[in-house]
Design a protein around this ligand. Structure first.
Ligand code: ADP
Ligand code: 2DT
Ligand code: MG
Length: 216
């Protein structure tokens, strides 16, 4: 392959339900890629540190109310305000690992069963954002997730919502390209090995797949 300096970075997204192990696996992947000599950055959505992120944080903690469409657009805006930075990092050779992205965005909003908030409606503001080179979906059964501790206190952390979210993730990832579905019920090391292998394949293909694309 090309020497590391001339190669663009990869955009790697990790998705899944609460307690699937996303944050743990992002950390392990970051360590693995750093050891291989890649420059790696970890980001997560929502990014609760920005002004928009603070509105989202307050909504998720139940301290404020928002219309379903309005909060949906804030989650999307929270990605748009960071999109340019991601593109610049990727162009300069940094690999970016993203903990939740547009897929959580559409699925959690559509799971509310609001009649005017379909998956299709929810996807529209995502169009044009940086498109991941690979999306790792960590799939886990409700039983396995329950073994990893109870629900937290945030909005969405309840059985009914998680069940609908699980079904909708299934729906969108079935027909999507560049997605690796990982059985996140295995041990941390086993999950990590599967992720490493999927990501190694993705990075090997970067030499031939051209510039970072956009969601469409
Ligand atoms: P998420 O970011 O998807 O919510 P975390 O990485 O925070 O998930 O993990 C949730 C909890 O489950 C943590 O206590 C973590 O140590 C544990 N955990 C993560 N992956 C595994 C695994 N493969 N097997 C058992 N426990 C795990
Ligand atoms: P964590 O910070 O624990 O991952 O939970 N969500 C996330 C949305 O509803 N829309 C989005 O666009 C994103 C990125 C998923 C964040 C919660 O916010 C939900 C769980
Ligand atoms: Mg997490």
């Amino acid at each position: 392959g090309l020497p590391a300096q001339t190669r663009r970075g990869a955009l790697i997204v990790v998705e899944g339900l609460d307690r699937a192990g996303k944050s743990s696996q992002c950390e392990m992947l970051r360590g693995f890629l750093s050891e291989q000599g890649h420059v790696v950055k970890y980001i997560r959505f929502p990014d609760r540190t920005t002004p928009i992120g603070k509105l989202i944080d307050s909504y998720l903690r139940g301290s404020s109310h928002q219309d379903d469409h309005s909060i949906h657009l804030l989650f999307s805006a929270n990605r748009w305000e960071i999109a340019k930075g991601i593109e610049e990092d990727i162009a300069s050779g940094t690999t970016v690992i993203v903990d939740r992205y547009s897929y959580s965005g559409v699925v959690y909003s559509a799971a509310k069963a609001n009649p005017t908030l379909s998956l299709d409606w929810a996807w529209q503001p995502e169009i044009g954002l940086p498109r991941p080179d690979i999306c790792l979906f960590l799939g886990i059964s409700p039983e396995e997730a329950a073994k990893r501790g109870g629900f937290g206190a945030e909005r969405y952390e309840n059985e009914a919502m998680q069940t609908r979210v699980r079904q909708l993730f299934q729906t969108i990832f079935e027909k999507m390209q560049d997605v690796a579905i990982i059985d996140a019920g295995k041990s941390m090391d086993e999950v990590s090995k599967e992720i490493q292998s999927a990501v190694t394949g993705c990075i090997a293909r970067l030499d031939t797949c051209g510039a970072l694309r956009k969601l469409e």
